[in-house]
Design a protein around this ligand. Structure first.
Ligand SMILES: C[S@@+](CC[C@H](N)C(=O)[O-])C[C@H]1O[C@@H](n2cnc3c(N)ncnc32)[C@H](O)[C@@H]1O
Length: 222
């Protein structure tokens, strides 16, 4: 049996036709984002957004932290999956992109669950730790600048509760992780985190060769 079948455009279309349930609000946000420079590459694919929502439900998460909002497609997917009273803290270095997504959050009637923090993600995460203490999030989704991935991971490990889930996006980084010619800070950041995860006995993990690579990391229950 094949270890991993190759994805073709036809198969990708089949997967989409067979399972994607993107509604008008999400589709319009995706289309508006596609008009921005680099928009399509930065935003999670629609299938991944749906997968994130499913993960939130599977974990039964009521408290989610997102590192890297951009125009808030993944934010919207996850916020909708929260139970009443749930909260999602999302952060970005700039308000420029989240301000595009905010009207869509409102249209979807989940704006009241979303707490946007504008500023450097390390500072935001340290602030959350200082204010709320460790272990206050059920799920942390890491999707900001890749050079800082190892730092985000260590802070996420402090912020996520035992038994909680850290989802790391772009762990294949457009294939650059296996290209020796790629030695830029972002690629090295992803490589360093991937190597760290393999050895980190505090967690269980699964690296999914889906989209641009999604690694699921469960913090062990002490
Ligand atoms: C890949 S995009 C996030 C995509 C988003 N999750 C989505 O699916 O639409 C990465 C985001 O991280 C933000 N970012 C980059 N450096 C950052 C930093 N040091 N702190 C916080 N956010 C940062 C960028 O502004 C960008 O919007």
């Amino acid at each position: 049996m094949a270890e991993q079948i190759s994805m073709t455009p036809e198969l990708q279309e089949y997967v989409t036709d067979s399972s994607l349930r993107e509604d008008d609000i999400l589709r319009e946000l995706r289309h508006e984002t596609a008009g921005l420079p680099g928009g399509t590459a930065l935003q999670v694919p629609a299938q991944e957004g749906q997968f994130l929502a499913l993960l939130i439900r599977l974990v039964g998460a009521a408290s989610v932290l997102e590192i890297g909002t951009f125009t808030g497609y993944s934010t919207l997917c996850m916020a909708r999956a929260l139970p009443a009273g749930g909260r999602l803290v999302t952060c970005d270095i700039t308000d420029r992109w989240p301000s595009i997504g905010a009207p869509y959050w409102k249209r979807a009637e989940v704006a009241d669950r979303i707490d946007l923090r504008v500023g450097d993600a390390v500072e935001t995460m340290e602030g959350l730790l200082a204010d709320g203490g460790p272990g206050t999030f059920d799920v942390v989704f890491v999707d900001a600048d890749k050079a800082n991935y190892p730092r985000y991971y260590e802070l996420a490990m402090e912020l996520v509760r035992p038994g909680g889930l850290i989802v790391v996006d772009n762990t294949l980084f457009f294939g650059r992780v296996v290209d020796p010619a790629c030695t830029d800070a972002d690629t090295e950041g992803v490589r360093a985190l991937n190597a760290r995860l393999r050895e980190d006995e505090r967690v269980e993990l699964s690296m999914l060769p889906v989209a641009d690579g999604i690694t699921l990391v469960r913090r062990k229950d002490v």
